[in-house]
Design a protein around this ligand. Structure first.
Ligand SMILES: Nc1ncnc2c1ncn2[C@@H]1O[C@H](COP(=O)(O)OP(=O)(O)O)[C@@H](O)[C@H]1O
Ligand SMILES: [Mg+2]
Length: 246
């Protein structure tokens, strides 16, 4: 049954911040996030239309949670927004902020394991960047956020693209001098799964298949563009990673 008090609280929060697409909300001492059916303004050219992206996200979240609770729990669904429970700190924060120092390596390993678990179900995220993955210290759980990305820019298993985009996002952040160690830890968690090892092998095969394009990326490194440099780093990392021994 719909919680009308929660709905009223959401409607008030939206009225106060009509231009915000994602709003944190505290209701009866519980933390929530509201995500509205609104364009995020980024990459508009590559995105689906706003309504399609919204329903795609709702549908993916519900599908994933039938297998494992790897997506946020939706507690209220409206035609124009959904409300989900807050699921902790994004991995960008976990990687950089002091309170997470003691559980940082553990959290990264857990992220790798969770991505593998998603892939074991035959599912994928679409763009598992560090800002869209959260860790909750209290419950020791990893949750993937922001399921609206469904861009198929390369003919490959979308799980291979997930793995690639995750590593790319780690290199893109260059969050700390330990960032290499954190990536290693995540990958240990990922390839502990036979499906993870298979996807890693497929990622390597894809890199080889696209050798010319990656060669071009490598030659563009000298310009120092972050996305290009991180792509080249992600490629080198995946090729150098020993699937069986990590
Ligand atoms: N359920 C949630 N729990 C914790 N943080 C969240 C949650 N939902 C969103 N956030 C925070 O809000 C940010 C934006 O939400 P997101 O779904 O990624 O939308 P956008 O498309 O604008 O990137 C996330 O990167 C995260 O920091
Ligand atoms: Mg996001």
């Amino acid at each position: 049954m719909i919680n009308l008090d929660l709905k009223n609280a959401v409607d008030k929060a939206i009225a106060v911040a009509p231009d915000k697409r994602v709003l944190p909300l505290l209701f009866e001492d519980e933390a929530y996030f509201v995500k509205r059916k609104m364009s995020n303004g980024r990459n508009a050219f590559a995105k689906q239309d706003t309504g399609a992206a919204f329903w795609c996200e709702v549908c993916k979240i519900m599908t994933v949670n039938q297998y494992y609770p790897l997506a946020p729990e939706i507690v209220l669904l409206d035609e124009n927004y959904f409300v989900m429970r807050s699921v902790g700190k994004t991995m960008q924060g976990v990687a950089k902020e002091a309170p997470w120092e003691s559980c940082r390596l553990h959290a990264f390993r857990k992220v790798g394991e969770s991505l593998a678990r998603l892939h074991e179900c035959g599912l994928h995220h679409g763009r598992p960047a560090l800002r869209d993955i959260a860790y909750d210290k209290e419950t020791d759980r990893v949750t993937f956020l922001d399921w609206e990305n469904e861009k198929k820019f390369i003919d490959a298993d979308p799980r291979v693209l997930d793995l690639f985009l995750f590593i790319h996002s780690c290199f893109r952040e260059r969050f700390s001098r330990h960032h290499r160690e954190l990536i290693d830890e995540a990958m240990k968690g990922y390839v502990a799964s036979p499906v993870g090892r298979q996807i890693h092998r497929e990622a390597r095969a894809l890199i080889k298949r696209l050798g010319t394009a990656f060669g071009l990326v490598h030659s563009l490194r000298r310009f120092g563009w972050t996305d290009v440099t991180s792509l080249d780093d992600a490629k080198a990392y995946l090729l150098g990673m020993e699937t069986e021994s990590v």
